[in-house]
Design a binder for this molecule. Structure first.
Ligand code: PLP
Length: 386
């Protein structure tokens, strides 16, 4: 075949719609139908190709898996029933009793709880490190260290990690680098291009994007993803076909949604940055954000997550009570704009002082910017501030 006959690599917008094998014969449905069945007829005299949704091979899960692998640039991917299921199976597929895991100290609260409450009883030792203290990383590596787990951008301060030094270190020591890329989505950031070995997502957030599906994804090499699939099967973490069907539908608009999330969050952050009633704005797209340079060089968009600081907890509550478009709800990454107060959600287990030290003083509000009109969102914030 001549070079000119090679298909050109497709862009993410196209992959999000067409990634994975779709039937092209006359009369084939354009949308993969929902196979709401847990049983499939088996060949007589053979155990090959046994289909059962808990094995991760329902037709609706398979198309999402193929599409996610294409979006993240990995050989393979597996869809699970939640983001927590994805993180848990991704890590237990890598770690054995006696192994050591290094984890960033700024990760999703549920994952922190998994690593501190469950992993010790599996015989897995975990060390948490401030991901911005790169020099400390090298000192904490042991002979038994098998994996490094980080999240970027970080909830709720929107800090962005420079993956380069961490991935060099991991490579040098033959350690797997696992990145929770939920906040970025593959449109804004592809961790594999920056040295990661494994990418995990809570598909509940941007991948589905409509506040109506719980799911998780693990992406990596085919042999590793097969190990994760084995854990998923045995620990019962597989998704229901309907969740997979909804997620496939959500993925089709991923590129346009993320473009609008990026654009809206930038507009809202810039406006908020000018307001006297707002003490501080956290958004990596603002040049005064500590990680602006890293985000600008590694990411293709700054994302839809941001945070603002009001004068006090009481001021934050008055603000929340007045909002008409933003709704007070703890999740993120969907088309509807949401606002949450980390002191009552992800950081409720810390004291007030410990929260302030972590950069989350009372009055701190996390905004998940949706895809409504940016002007309407700004108008809503403006009327609630006054
Ligand atoms: C929500 C979230 C998770 C957990 O995902 P679920 O789908 O709720 O289980 C993990 N990591 C990050 C960064 C998240 O935001």
């Amino acid at each position: 075949m001549k070079d000119s006959d090679e298909p050109k690599p497709l862009s993410p917008a196209t992959i999000a719609i067409h990634g994975g094998t779709a039937a092209r014969h006359v009369d084939a449905p354009v949308v993969r139908p929902l196979f709401q069945s847990v049983n499939f007829i088996q060949e007589v005299g053979s155990g090959d190709g046994l289909r059962y949704p808990r094995y991760g091979n329902s037709p609706n899960a398979e198309i999402v898996q193929e599409r996610m692998a294409a979006l993240e640039g990995t050989e393979s991917a597996v869809l699970l029933s939640s983001g927590m299921g994805a993180v848990a199976c991704a890590l237990i597929a890598l770690l054995r009793p006696g192994d050591h895991l290094i984890a960033s100290s700024t990760i999703y609260g549920g994952v922190t709880a998994l690593l501190t409450k469950e992993f010790p009883s599996l015989g897995i030792d975990v060390t948490f490190i401030d991901p911005f203290e790169t020099r400390v990383w090298r000192k904490r590596i042991r002979k038994t260290t098998r994996a490094v787990f980080v999240e970027s951008p970080v909830n709720p301060t929107c800090r962005v990690l420079d993956l380069k030094p961490i991935s060099y270190l991991a490579r040098e020591h033959g350690i797997a680098l696992v990145v929770d890329s939920t906040f970025a989505s593959p449109i804004n950031f592809r961790p594999i291009d920056h040295g990661a070995d494994v990418v995990v997502h809570s598909a509940t957030k941007y991948l589905n994007g409509h506040h109506d599906v719980l799911g998780g994804v693990v992406c990596g090499t085919a042999s590793y993803v097969e190990e994760v699939r084995q854990k998923m099967m045995l620990w019962g973490q597989a998704p229901d076909p309907f969740a997979a069907w909804l997620l496939e539908r959500g993925l089709k608009t991923l590129d346009v949604r993320i473009a609008r999330h990026n654009e809206n969050a930038m507009a809202v952050a810039e406006w908020c940055n000018e307001q006297d009633g707002i003490r501080r704005v956290h958004y990596p797209g603002l040049p005064d954000h500590p990680d602006y340079a890293v985000a600008a060089s590694q990411m293709r968009g700054f994302g839809g997550m941001m945070a603002i600081e009001l004068a006090s907890g009481a001021a934050a509550e008055r603000f929340l009570a007045k909002l008409r478009i933003f709704r007070h709800a703890p999740s993120l990454g969907g088309v509807d704009s949401l606002v949450s107060e980390p002191r009552f959600t992800s950081h409720a287990h810390l004291t007030r002082d410990a929260r302030a030290k972590a950069g989350i003083p009372d009055g701190f509000l996390r905004l998940s910017i949706g895809i409504e009109s940016a002007n309407d969102l700004i108008g809503d914030i403006e009327q609630a501030l006054h």
